[in-house]
Design a binder for this molecule. Structure first.
Ligand code: CO
Length: 502
């Protein structure tokens, strides 16, 4: 065996364990009975410890050291060595005790969050969250940072992105988007009441499968199930799962979360199989991952062309229920802009205010500028300021998201970054493919998927998110693509005067 083959053997073994952990996580969300939680948490912690031991083994470090100067490696192999070395140095910073404590605290905090949310009582969650935040602050110190401790948190999800960059990006968003949403709020409002009739579960399920098939989601390499919160997870490019949630009184929830998770899954199914377990075989960053889900959900799934193709299909799945609705009405309903309480059901414009609120809070929390006890009041204050909304209780306020209970701090900004990447990539896809809308009207999604496969999916993690954006679009991430897309679309839907001036 060459040194590179030895490395591959070790990395694939670690990836296998990571994917086993993912299977346990998927099972917990989809199948596990309520009493299974405690031992499942223990099982996950045991596996995490085993992975940590392999990831920090001195033999791995020695092997990587030898391979660093190996001139016989090709570009992809050298990239794998470089990325694996970065991962190795990073995992060296954690002690096994810290990893196990973090894993256990996360399990406890997650359970406390679920109970607190059911009872709408933040105080049931606060003690565990406090402990977890303390561990995350320690983690920032372990990992190190140059300017802001939160840099160490974002770096785990959007490598190379700094707190200062996100702050600057969001300042630009605030400057343009607040005024635009205000203009929309004052325009004639859109009626989407027909989406909240009773739509039977079975019919919704069948429609969701059709939408996934149309995107070319490969059911031979995946499956869909029901879970409380929709998500996608991957055990290899040949087994990528999605889940959906069906609300019988709101068709919108299923449709756009199904397309969203489908977009995530297409990315994972398109990663290079021959690089399984190797760094290059992975997705680039969560922002790039989210760009793929948002692109399908919003740029495609909320477009007029998409509903020119799919409204008739919807009508056949729900006989009689959408009879009087024409495609323009459906399109407008799909894009209703309305400040609301819940991030996951927000429209694609006000969505970013939800993200900005979370970003501001967790940035201050990690820096020790605020403490856990102050969160509900601060949350409610910011919802009033950004969205003009009074938060009636914690369940629909501070307790609505699972992320912090998972220890995922620094994750939220990637949602907005993903939308902005999506707009930029979609702009280029349209320019290169030609009449993309014309293809979508005919239900032909393959040319778009092929473009995404070639430019985004197949390279895996060979480029960083910033390099990939430059390579594919010729410039760095630029919020103006999102804003241009939003102005064109919503000026039309809301008949705004700025349509001509923008
Ligand atoms: Co997503």
């Amino acid at each position: 065996m060459t040194d590179y083959e030895k490395l591959k053997h070790k990395l694939v073994k670690m990836a296998d364990l990571q994917h086993i952990l993912a299977v346990l996580g998927w099972d917990r969300e989809v199948n596990m009975p309520p009493k299974g939680g405690a031992f499942r948490a223990q099982q996950a912690a045991t596996l995490s410890g085993m992975i940590h031991n392999l990831a920090t083994a001195p033999e791995l470090g020695e092997l990587l050291e030898k391979l660093k100067d190996d001139t016989t490696l090709d570009a992809v192999q050298a990239k794998n060595v470089a990325l694996a070395s970065e991962d190795y140095l990073k995992s060296q910073k954690y002690s096994e005790a810290f990893v196990v404590e973090l894993s256990q605290t996360i399990s406890q905090t997650n359970e406390a969050w679920a109970k607190a949310r059911t009872a709408s009582d933040f105080s049931l969650y606060a003690p565990s969250l406090k402990k977890l935040v303390e561990l995350k602050r320690q983690e920032c110190e372990l990992l190190g940072y140059e300017e802001h401790p939160y840099d160490a948190m974002i770096d785990q999800y959007e490598p190379g992105t700094k707190t200062a960059e996100v702050t600057e990006l969001f300042d630009g968003v605030r400057e343009q988007l607040v005024a635009f949403v205000e203009e929309i709020n004052q325009a004639q409002q859109v009626d989407n009441a027909f989406l909240t009739q009773h739509f039977p579960r079975e019919d919704q399920w069948n429609f969701s499968l059709e939408l996934l098939k149309q995107m070319h989601y490969d059911f031979e390499a995946g499956r869909q199930d029901i879970s409380l919160h929709p998500f996608s997870t991957s055990f290899s490019p040949l087994d990528v799962r999605v889940t959906t949630r069906i609300n019988e009184n709101n068709l919108a929830e299923m449709i756009w979360s199904c397309i969203h998770e489908g977009g995530h899954a297409l990315y994972e199914q398109g990663l290079p199989v021959e690089q399984y377990g190797m760094p290059v075989g992975s997705y680039v960053s969560l922002g790039v991952h989210e760009s793929q889900s948002r692109l399908w959900e919003n740029n495609v799934g909320r477009s007029l062309a998409y509903w020119q193709h799919n409204l008739e299909k919807a009508k056949s799945h729900f006989p009689g229920q959408l009879d009087g609705i024409d495609v323009e009405e459906f399109y407008r309903a799909a894009n209703k802009v309305e400040p609301s309480l819940i991030r996951t059901s927000a429209d694609e414009l006000t969505y970013h205010f939800h993200v900005m609120i979370r970003f501001e809070i967790e940035k201050a929390l990690i820096a020790g500028e605020i403490e856990v006890e102050e969160l509900p009041a601060l949350w409610n204050e910011k919802y009033k300021a950004y969205l003009g909304i009074d938060v009636p209780n914690d369940a629909v306020g501070i307790l609505q998201d699972v992320h912090w209970s998972h220890g995922s701090i620094g994750y939220f900004p990637t949602y907005s970054i993903g939308s902005f990447y999506a707009a930029q990539y979609y702009h280029h896809a349209k320019a290169e493919i030609g009449d993309l809308d014309g293809l979508i009207v005919k239900g032909e999604m393959k040319p778009l998927l092929d473009w995404l496969r070639k430019h985004i999916h197949q390279p895996g993690k060979f480029h960083t998110a910033k390099e990939l954006c430059e390579k594919v679009t010729g410039e760095p991430l630029n919020f103006n693509y999102f804003m241009e897309y939003a102005r064109e679309k919503y000026s039309n839907i809301y008949a705004l005067a700025s349509e001509t001036s923008a």
